[in-house]
Design a protein around this ligand. Structure first.
Ligand code: PMP
Length: 364
């Protein structure tokens, strides 16, 4: 089969080396004679793995000791509910900074459990992040929620907001482990794993200990951070295989040299694509303001900022013929989207860049 270049937004490309490890360990996990799929979550084998995956998260992100690391079922959206259920009781109100479709969804979910204050004016064109001086933060909020990288709209923070002591909660589903982050600036960081750190079904949650013990009584136990922290993420049968894969992906990142290496690569890869867009005399159009352009998800249109359906269809068809797949933009925004997560290599992005150049030449 000819080489396939996967630019999907998630579930996204996994490192090839990790597949080899999974293949080798699949039916006989660490010499136990059985697969992890048929191993008890209370066994010493799983307890060891549970600790191993927590340890690699702590090392990579330099997570301070006063933060718990949790692996919870329900993916990113499970945490859209868990965040208010665990945090909103302090004042009954929360701040949401809506910079794209995912933070909008998170805000909508939170409204079920308390009052939500929208920090920046609502819009349906997510192309920038207003300067913090224009934010309407509520000093009485229980927390401030942001999405550090909007997977659909391609808007990524280039700063950590100053929330004046109110706990900052961040959905990092689509740029988790793509660069170093000062965890101590956040109350909670969470994300689904299926983009940069593994496969779907599990959320990685990093929560500061002083934010525990204020869960709303109606919170289901499986979403309750305090209960899950007490049970070391083994309250019920966890998504063990997804947690295992997360661990192997994170160990792979570590072997590559860690988050600085991932960050440098992300800059190189995304610049390759953004530069072609910039140099195309308006043939390719990236809607997002330059300072907040995502290094993980690059949405763009062809022909004009509104897009030209026929040209975009032709682009996608030609790309697929070359093995460049999963480039179709999200149905909410249309156009093209190239996702350049950790596992996507520079050579693969170069192949897309070459195709974009050829396509441009043919049509200009
Ligand atoms: N947040 C962001 C930024 C996402 O990109 C996604 C999924 N694309 C989610 C949350 C939801 O994650 P899940 O599908 O695991 O619930």
């Amino acid at each position: 089969m000819p080489k396939v270049y996967n630019f999907g937004a998630g579930p996204a490309k996994m490192p090839e080396e990790v597949y080899e490890i999974i293949r080798n360990e699949f039916t006989n996990f660490e010499g136990s004679g059985i697969s992890l799929l048929e191993t008890s979550h209370r066994s010493s084998t799983y307890l060891k793995l549970n600790k191993e995956v927590q340890d690699v998260v702590r090392r990579l992100l330099n997570v301070p000791q006063n933060y718990k690391i949790l692996f919870l079922a329900g993916g990113g959206q499970g945490q859209f509910a868990a965040v208010p259920l665990n945090l909103i009781s302090r004042t009954g109100t929360a701040d949401y900074v809506v910079t794209g479709a995912w933070s909008a969804k998170a805000a909508k979910e939170a409204k079920k459990y308390g009052k939500v204050n929208l920090v920046i004016p609502p819009t349906d064109r997510y192309v920038n992040i207003p300067d913090q001086s224009q934010w309407n933060l509520d000093p009485n909020a229980s927390y401030v929620h942001i999405c550090t990288n909007e997977t659909i709209h391609g808007v990524e923070y280039d700063f950590i907001p100053d929330t004046k002591g109110v706990p900052l909660v961040a959905d990092m589903s689509s740029n988790f482990m793509s660069k170093k982050v000062d965890v101590s600036k956040f109350g909670v960081i969470y994300g689904g794993a299926q983009k940069n750190i593994g496969t779907s079904g599990v959320a990685l949650v990093i929560v500061r200990e002083d934010l525990l013990n204020q869960t709303l009584p109606i919170c289901p136990s499986i979403l309750d951070w305090t209960i899950n922290a007490k049970n070391d993420s083994i309250l019920n049968t966890p998504p063990m295989f997804a947690i295992y894969i997360m661990g192997r992906v994170l160990q792979w990142i570590e072997r590559q040299g860690g988050l600085d290496v991932m960050a440098e690569l992300a800059t190189k890869k995304s610049s390759l694509i953004y530069n072609i867009i910039e140099e195309s005399n308006g043939f390719y159009c990236a809607p997002v303001a330059k300072n907040v352009r995502s290094k993980m998800n690059i949405p763009f249109r062809i022909g004009s900022i509104e897009g030209n359906d026929a040209l975009e269809k032709e682009f996608l068809k030609g790309a697929e013929a070359l093995g460049l797949i999963q480039l179709k933009g999200h149905r909410d925004v249309g156009g093209i989207r190239a996702s350049t997560y950790n596992a996507v290599t520079l050579e693969e992005v170069q192949a897309l860049a070459n195709y974009m150049k050829d396509f441009y030449k043919k049509h200009s």
